[in-house]
Design a protein around this ligand. Structure first.
Ligand code: SF4
Length: 350
């Protein structure tokens, strides 16, 4: 799974077989250090392993020390065009950089950043984006096709490796799912740097999450990817939850999994309400558990066999299954009894 190489952002390992980590980015003004720190802490509490912040002027770079010192997770400084901000951020203790070395001017600047990052064990993410490809590459390919994204990434990579720097992470983002997936697949064949997966500008949380799940999920199922960000328009706090859900869906994270049937004319219990209440009660638990809520006996017993604990609707009652075995018939407050049964099951796991 993932890349052969491993880098460290602070204590966080990325690549080389490390668990796939979750990232997000603040949308506060980084010059407001209290608002930014508050959001960093919220994102960390929501499950982010690393948080990126925009560093776009001297005041932001000054705040890096305070933010990194008070942050519970490693921070990555997102910098465009200004080498001095990258150097200042490294000096102030940032744990990772996101900068494209081709966009910061002189080769001398690249060398200075590479030297500073090497001395401080700071990895650099090169983030290629279909919307901001170099003119010459766009002219060569005509549009931001996957090959163009990879060529751009490798051009930036060479600037760093020529400066003797190898702690590189790559991202090749596009708002088009297929373009991004194909670009990452090509990059995984072309190099062994850790890959940061994401579908950029994917939109509002509903459709954006779907697009990200398709793209990131397809790559993870291929064994490609070391760290992920679900980019959504809105409060970034919804991003880590979506990312963790993708990781659980592809079997890379433990936690709560709900199997519930779509309901149909055969449904004899309030499957929707029970599923909603079960999800609400248990979605944040860390323990690895699969709970099934099924409306009737057509698919219920089959799913119950695969779940740790399951409910299968009948006429005015429901059958409770534990480890695939029939355990009891529930009547009356089926939802309440089932939630208590799940809670009891989880307590017994301790
Ligand atoms: S499990 Fe039963 S109620 Fe649920 S969708 Fe299937 S047939 Fe319908």
């Amino acid at each position: 799974m993932g890349s052969a190489r491993k880098v460290y952002a602070g204590e966080l390992a990325i690549g080389g077989g490390a668990p796939v980590s979750v990232q997000s980015m603040t949308n506060t003004d980084t010059r407001d250090r209290e608002a930014t720190l508050k959001q960093i802490i919220q994102l960390a509490d929501a499950g982010c392993d690393l948080v990126r912040i925009s560093v776009f002027d001297d005041a932001c770079a000054e705040n890096v020390r305070y933010l990194q010192e008070h942050s519970p997770v490693p921070l990555s400084a997102d910098i465009h065009f200004r080498a001095d901000l990258a150097l200042k951020s490294v000096e102030n203790g940032i744990h990772a950089l996101r900068i494209n070395p081709g966009n910061i001017g002189e080769t001398e600047n690249v060398k200075k950043i590479a030297d500073a990052c090497r001395a401080n064990r700071v990895p650099i993410r090169i983030g290629v984006n279909g919307g901001s490809l170099e003119k010459d590459i766009l002219q060569k390919y005509g549009s931001p096709v996957p090959e163009a994204l990879v060529e751009s990434a490798m051009k930036h990579v060479r600037l760093l490796t020529d400066a003797g720097f190898e702690d590189i992470v790559l991202s090749l983002k596009s708002s088009d799912v297929k373009t991004a997936v194909d670009a990452y697949r090509l990059a995984a064949k072309a190099c062994d740097y850790p890959l940061h997966l994401g579908i950029t500008e994917s939109g509002l949380p509903g459709k954006g999450t779907l697009k990200s799940a398709i793209g990131i999920g397809a790559l993870l199922l291929d064994g490609i990817g070391d760290t992920i960000r679900v980019s959504l328009t809105g409060d970034p706090i919804s991003e880590p939850a979506a990312a963790k859900e993708i990781l659980r869906a592809v079997g890379l994270r433990k936690g709560f999994r709900l199997i519930s049937c779509p309901t149909c004319g055969r449904t004899r219990i309030d499957t929707v309400r029970i599923a909603e209440q079960v999800e609400e009660a248990f979605r944040d638990i860390e323990k690895d558990v699969t709970v099934a809520v099924m409306g009737c006996v057509v698919n219920g017993p089959g799913e119950a066999r695969e779940a740790d604990i399951a409910l299968c609707g009948g006429e005015g009652s429901a059958a409770l299954y534990v480890h695939g075995q029939y355990a009891a018939t529930l009547r009356g407050d089926i939802c309440g009894q089932f939630i208590r049964a799940v809670r009891g099951y989880l307590n017994d796991l301790q």
